[in-house]
Design a protein around this ligand. Structure first.
Ligand SMILES: [Cu+2]
Length: 553
């Protein structure tokens, strides 16, 4: 089975093309790859911890309405750390274990969530308006998902339950960014300051505790955070009840409706290299529906999956007819102009800001699909006012960072370490482990170009904390030549990013066999941050590195 797995990772097979595995893996393939089949040459009985798997495709579709997370309100105000004369809104969010139904026909599911919900409550704030959040760990002392104590930072002498919150996409100071080693145990809390001196964008908060991040997020520790500004206001985009967050992630469940995180066949090291669930949840429900009016809507989409890349279409049912829509923003805010699409691709961690106009579909149903799988349904009312929201021709200028302004170019490999049986053991950035000395140390306010040289068979979404960046290009190269001689032999011309990727980003898909170039200005704060793969099983197992932004001399 290990060989079969390796073949799937390397090349398409007749039964399960690689693209299907990565992008739209059906139920059985996902669980096999992630679970039972790893780590042995013969088939073993399922480990005791691997419970009987629910086949999510057997669930009735579109029987639960789409939940809309509540917007959280501050509990008071407190002096800001920058200027004590200015009072900032003060929020308190407790992480707790709770039970909630993910589908009408399943019993309630034990989950962990911020403010006892998953996804957690929505933060709404304005650019330049700081806020304080007390993140309180009120979780139980025992984890309910399989910790691998061989993984760095998750040793048996550490508390089982540890959390630290990262606000993904935020320009926050280093002590407020959720450094993976700054975790704390149940009964403790920290107060973080988010200055929000950045453009309007959809950020998201999630757990980042070293070595168990994948488990904490799988348990449900995810939420959305919106920054607004005048540029966005002036565009008259759909807002209020016509602006809908779609927090999408995949999960595996057992027959009792409980989260079923897969494990390897070695009980001493249960880590698996990737997890793909057959159940896709939107705002915490499987196959939900949303009643909409025949007018424009704005959808704020996050791929919060552990490892699954998603490819979304708005489909007219079972047909192969795909209506057009517009993408108006990506990770770090608005694009220069709307991009017309029939399909949007999001790796884990990436966001898309979409405008869909239902006015032509009055009285009919549309289905949001991921590849060929239904995700949710839109029920368009037969009648309704068209609304006065607009789709402007231009949105927000995104001035190009000129390559000539870069003071340093870094060549950074993405690699995988396998055992003698070619089973993945871990992934590394620039061949370095988490605990090795810092090698990336950009100067504050300087511009650098980072080249991600992907030597693996996987695409890795690479996220840098603190900064926003632009994608320059991707270029195919010979892995073979690089591996044997260390030389970059390109196999084709550079390929420009897709128009939908041409704005400000904080997470970039580094395709396998490609060199992906990004250009970054390191601004905001000096201090220690991290960069990592946003496939959480990779990130937890060494595919994460610290970097230091250093004061210029
Ligand atoms: Cu990765």
């Amino acid at each position: 089975m290990a060989l079969a797995l390796r073949r799937m990772r390397q090349s398409p097979t007749p039964t399960l093309p690689q693209s299907a595995r990565k992008d739209g893996a059906p139920a059985s393939s996902g669980q096999n790859i992630a679970g039972q089949n790893i780590g042995s040459g013969i088939s073993h009985p399922a480990p005791a911890t691997l419970r009987k798997q629910l086949n999510a495709s057997s669930l009735a579709q579109f029987v639960d309405s789409l939940p809309l997370p509540e917007t959280i309100q501050p509990i008071g105000s407190r002096p800001g750390p920058d200027n004590p004369a200015v009072l900032l809104p003060y929020y308190r969010v407790a992480m707790r274990q709770f039970e909630a139904k993910v589908h009408r026909d399943l019993p309630p599911t034990r989950q962990w969530g911020y403010a006892s919900s998953s996804p957690g409550p929505i933060f709404e704030t304005r650019s330049g308006r700081g806020l304080l959040v007390e993140w309180v760990n009120e979780l139980p002392q025992k984890h309910f998902l399989p910790i691998d104590h061989n993984i760095h930072g998750a040793e048996a002498d550490k508390p089982e339950v540890r959390t630290v919150v990262h606000l993904h996409g935020a320009k926050a100071g280093p002590k407020n960014d959720g450094y993976p080693e700054s975790w704390y145990a149940p009964g403790k809390s920290v107060v973080y300051h988010y200055p929000n001196r950045q453009d309007a964008a959809m950020l998201w908060y999630h757990d980042h505790a070293l070595g168990i991040n994948r488990l904490n997020i799988f348990a449900g520790l995810v939420g959305a955070f919106f920054v607004r500004d005048e540029v966005e206001d002036a565009l008259h985009l759909p807002r209020g009840k016509y602006e809908i967050p779609l927090v999408i992630y995949d999960r595996l469940f057992d027959l009792d409706g409980q989260l079923n995180y897969p494990v390897s066949n070695n009980p001493k090291s249960p880590w698996v290299p990737e997890v793909y669930g057959d159940a896709v949840l939107v705002n915490g429900k499987i196959f939900p529906y949303l009643e909409v009016e025949p007018r424009k809507y704005r959808f704020r989409v996050l791929n919060g999956s552990n490892g699954r890349a998603i490819h979304l279409t708005f489909s007219g049912g079972q047909s192969q007819w795909f209506p057009k829509f517009h993408q108006i923003g990506s990770d770090q805010g608005l694009l220069p102009a709307p991009v017309e699409l029939t399909r949007v691709r999001l790796s884990p961690g990436e966001r898309a800001d979409l405008i869909f106009d239902f006015s032509e579909y009055a009285g009919s149903n549309l289905v949001l699909r991921n590849d060929n799988f239904n995700v949710m349904q839109f029920r368009v009312a037969a009648k309704g006012a068209p609304g006065d929201s607009a789709l402007p021709k231009s949105l927000r200028p995104v001035p190009k960072i000129m390559e000539s302004t870069a003071v340093k170019t870094r060549m950074l490999t993405l690699g995988e370490i396998d055992d003698p049986q070619k089973r993945p053991l871990m992934s590394l950035l620039n061949n370095a482990h988490w605990s090795m000395p810092v090698t990336e140390n950009p100067v504050l306010d300087s511009v650098e170009i980072w080249n991600f040289i992907n030597l693996t068979n996987d695409d890795h979404p690479i996220h840098l904390h603190l900064v926003r960046f632009q994608i320059l290009d991707r270029r195919a190269f010979s892995i073979n030549t690089y591996s044997t001689t260390g030389e970059l032999k390109y196999l084709g011309p550079p390929v420009a990013p897709d128009p939908a990727e041409a704005g400000w980003k904080d997470t970039v898909r580094a395709d396998h066999g490609m060199v992906t170039r990004i250009i970054i200005r390191f601004e905001g704060f000096a201090g220690r941050y991290v960069w990592h793969c946003h496939i959480l099983e990779h990130e937890d197992n060494e595919m994460m590195r610290p970097f230091d932004v250093v004061e210029g001399r």
